[in-house]
Design a protein around this ligand. Structure first.
Ligand code: ADP
Ligand code: ZN
Ligand code: ZN
Length: 846
């Protein structure tokens, strides 16, 4: 048997299957998706089996056997192998990178070079140039990692390599998992109860403790960890061990599941009686689910409309027909309440795939899915790869969130991957949001004719994404508990200034906050910038503090007294005088969350504030701790970046304040208005969700902007109508698709030349493919190039950056064209050391 193996070598040239011979003894348990160690170009590397063949494509003489099967069961399934291939074609990554993204980090091994004494050479002669110490070390420990050997005997590198050449030492390679399963000593109840009971009677009185231990095990039906048994019974572990020595009990090291939620109780929540809108939506989802058709639905429900309840009941239907469900949430550590509700309803039938878990914990949760021990998986975007066998439902909560796009390779969008995966399984994709992305909204609402009507122009086709084509629209227009959406007040900060208020709190917000403090109610404050101030300038000479590695101004963090680059992590001491002119007059502009916290404590003496941003949530479990402290009313104000806007449901929150709505409005990104509208709407939805009525205060310098006006009226459709007009006029998604190629190089002139070469190659590749045509005029396929031009962040981590954007509609292989142009550049002299990164359907144009 021949296995076709894609090796884990990060190079495009080798990103295809290679043939290997499967040794007979492995035939029984190798499968598509198996991970193997194989010889490749003189090394041992890891690879995935993607198929089998009867005959090899290489001559039999050159065929090498597979080295080692790395897992008893294949970690990937055939459908995932195929999905990875699609991702490689769609997003321009390698097949192997896509497959690696699908398995837990714990499984990703690298080959290690091992060195030991050659066979029959237990005592090397000193003449070999190796120290006695080194030889003794190897004789004692056997083959050890080459790296650690060199580290331990740093003076002997040359001698070691000589000994390797002369055959005194032997080298071997080992592909090792980064982690092994945690094992615990577990005691099994006696298998033969009769015999055990007899033994109890036969134990002499002085062995009273052993008798008690054995009786205890007879009463238990399930195995239990030795340590816990000792605690439970008050007997020592040695007592159980003596019974095992006598053969009366069995003690074994057993793989343990590190269930991070073990020992925590979740309030069980029964299914609610659905509102009419919920029932209608659930009915439709269940209908499609039962039909076995693949379909996407857009569940658009205002904040508090009970989308989660629809998800929960849809999942009940799904598992009832013997299929499995995946739930994607934007950032799971931000949504502990969501996890609690799923745990509460489905208990141990849920695997939680959580980026803040340790690699081992994540691996354990993943194994529950692979081994079929759970039927529901909830997690952030990579949970879309949960290795279920027969998926019925994939739910994407807050589907508009940009975190569904992975920003490093493979740069996939989980929404499109979900739609594609659903297609493989005949599953339903539920996209849930109060403020759907324009792509999803267009897929649900805009036929070509409707698209034309929306803005009065000629029919323009929409291009919602790599896989999403159409969706059924299921609206939940009202809150489930019947309470109204909170009123939103817009405050023009220019008027505050004119009225002599120079603080960051408008009179309206100050007053509203004072009331909340007096009434013992809670407030959520949003400012989408962390740090103390975002801009540091010398008043004497105008010098501004910038990152030496990036073209970005440094942010001042007061508590740590440093200036920090939020893009590369560079940090330096806060200057006492201007580095340029020596003047002591340094000023700090631009407000961040740290400064708001300081101002709050100054303006409202005694106020209790919890700040939640990247700086306060670095450690494991920090989010949950801060949120549960807020839930226990240990603070009056929850202040933070967009982290506080998501999914929170606290009954006492009656006021939401947005300190500066403009921070996201003026970013150089065509989605700036959409992001601003979504953020205000989301955070506003935290107010007045239960019995107490809520209100929202939005501070801005652009009170007339349509995104802010529409957010004030809770008017999604109104916003979308405006925004679609802009997108159509400027040709942006959903009226076309984008692909972004970013080129970088340490030297600007070289980069400029390379970017021109690249763009020219791209243009001719597009022309050759017959797709180069203006987008205007409704031709299809059509493709336009924008650029080359300097990126919005022109320098990052000591590399200059230029970009070329492709805008296209119709059937266009954007990733393939970019690859062709990249190959052309690589073959050109100007291409030396130029890095090219490809982003298909980019969510950020930086
Ligand atoms: P969303 O996810 O749409 O913001 P949630 O699912 O959080 O809304 O629901 C808002 C609140 O309404 C929650 O407290 C939830 O328990 C409650 N709820 C949802 N559906 C119902 C229902 N049918 N009957 C009673 N309460 C409901
Ligand atoms: Zn100066
Ligand atoms: Zn930097």
């Amino acid at each position: 048997m021949i296995a076709r193996v894609v090796v884990d070598v990060a190079a495009r040239q080798t990103d295809r299957p290679f043939d290997y011979l499967v040794p007979e003894e492995a035939e029984a348990w190798i499968g598509i998706g198996s991970r193997v160690a194989v010889p490749f170009g003189g090394r041992t590397v890891q690879g995935f089996v993607v198929g089998f063949a009867r005959e090899a494509e290489v001559e039999p003489g050159r065929l090498k056997p597979i080295g080692e099967l790395l897992d008893p069961t294949p970690p990937l399934r055939p459908d995932l192998i195929e999905l990875a291939r699609w991702m490689a074609d769609t997003y321009g990554c390698t097949w192997t990178a896509a497959m690696q993204a699908m398995i837990p980090a714990a499984l990703k091994g690298k080959a290690e070079r091992m060195v030991g004494l050659a066979a029959g050479r237990d005592k090397a002669e000193p003449a070999d140039g190796l120290s006695e110490e080194l030889v003794a070390y190897l004789a004692r420990y056997g083959p050890v990692k080459l790296d650690s050997l060199l580290e331990r005997f740093p003076g002997e590198a040359r001698a070691i390599s000589g000994a390797l050449r002369s055959g005194v030492l032997a080298e071997s390679a080992r592909v090792r998992d980064r982690l092994s399963v945690k094992k615990v000593l577990t005691v099994f109840p006696p298998e033969d109860r009769e015999a055990a009971l007899e033994a109890v009677g036969a134990l002499p009185p002085r062995l009273e403790k052993q008798r008690r231990a054995l009786m205890h095990m007879l009463e238990r039906s399930a195995p239990a960890p030795l340590r816990r048994l000792a605690e439970e019974t008050g007997l020592s572990e040695a007592v159980f061990r003596s019974l095992a020595d006598k053969g009366l009990l069995r003690i074994e090291a057993v793989e343990e599941d590190r269930d991070p939620y073990a020992g925590r109780r979740f309030a069980a929540t029964g299914p609610f009686r659905l509102t009419d809108a919920q029932a209608a939506a659930l009915g439709r989802i269940a209908e499609v689910l039962a039909s076995g058709r693949t379909a996407a639905v857009l569940l658009q429900g205002v904040t508090g409309s009970g989308k989660t309840e629809v998800y929960l009941q849809a999942i009940e239907r799904c598992v009832a027909i013997g299929r499995q469900a995946i739930v994607l949430v934007p950032e799971i550590s931000l949504t502990p309440q969501m996890v609690e509700r799923f745990k509460g309803r489905f208990g141990s039938d849920v695997a939680v795939m959580h980026s803040r878990l340790s690699a081992g914990e994540r691996y354990d949760e993943w194994r529950k899915v692979r081994d079929g021990r759970v039927r529901v998986a909830i997690g952030a975007r990579s949970a879309v790869f949960a290795p279920f066998e027969r998926i019925g439902l994939i739910i994407i909560d807050e589907e508009h969130e940009s975190s569904y796009k992975q920003e490093e390779s493979p740069k996939y969008h989980a929404r499109d991957v979900a739609v594609r995966r659903a297609g493989q399984h005949g599953a339903v994709v539920v996209l849930g949001s109060a403020t759907p992305s324009l792509e999803s909204f267009a897929a649900a609402r805009l036929t070509p004719a409707a698209a034309a009507r929306e803005d009065g122009g000629p029919a323009v086709r929409i291009s919602p994404g790599a896989a999403l084509r159409s969706a059924e629209w299921l609206p939940l227009p009202e809150r489930a508990l019947g309470n109204p959406l909170p009123p939103v007040h817009i405050v023009d900060m220019r008027e505050e200034l004119a009225a002599g208020n120079r603080t960051m709190f408008s009179r309206r917000l100050r007053e509203a906050l004072t009331q909340r403090l007096a009434r013992g109610e809670q407030t959520v404050l949003l400012l989408n910038r962390r740090g103390y101030s975002t801009f540091v300038m010398c008043r004497s000479c105008g010098y501004t503090a910038g990152c030496p590695h990036c073209e970005i101004s440094l942010t001042y963090h007061q508590r740590s007294g440093v200036l920090r680059c939020h893009y590369c992590g560079h940090a330096e001491r806060q200057p006492e005088q201007c580095p340029s002119c020596g003047s002591p007059h340094i000023r700090y502009f631009g407000t961040g969350t740290e400064r708001v916290e300081e101002e709050l404590t100054r303006a409202f003496p005694g106020i209790r504030v919890i700040r939640m941003d990247v700086d306060t949530t670095g450690t494991k479990g920090a989010h949950e701790k801060l949120l549960s402290a807020f839930g226990r009313r240990e603070a009056d104000v929850l202040l933070g970046t967009q982290m506080v806007a998501k999914g929170l449901d606290f009954p006492l929150v009656t006021l939401v304040g947005v300190i500066a709505a403009d921070t996201s409005l003026h970013l150089p990104d065509f989605r700036a208005a959409e992001r601003t509208f979504q953020l205000i709407t989301q955070v506003a939805g935290r107010a007045g969700r239960h019995d107490l009525p809520g209100e929202v205060v939005v501070q801005t310098y652009a009170p007339d902007h349509y995104a802010i006006r529409a957010a004030q009226r809770h008017d999604y459709i109104g916003f979308v109508r405006e925004e679609l007009r802009v997108r159509r006029m400027l040709f942006y998604p959903p009226y076309c698709r984008l692909a972004l190629a970013t080129l970088s190089h340490p030297e600007r002139p070289k980069l400029a030349v390379a970017a021109e070469t690249f763009a020219a190659a791209l243009r001719s590749a597009a022309a050759e493919a017959g797709v180069l045509a203006p987008l205007a005029g409704n031709a299809e396929p059509a493709l336009e190039l924008v650029g080359p031009a300097a990126s919005p962040i022109p320098r990052l981590k000591d590399r200059y950056r230029w970009q070329v954007m492709i805008k296209y509609r119709g059937i266009v292989n954007a990733a393939g064209l970019i690859r062709q142009a990249a190959d052309a550049l690589a073959a050109d002299r100007s291409g030396a050391d130029v890095q090219i990164s490809v982003d298909v359907d980019p969510q950020m144009i930086l």
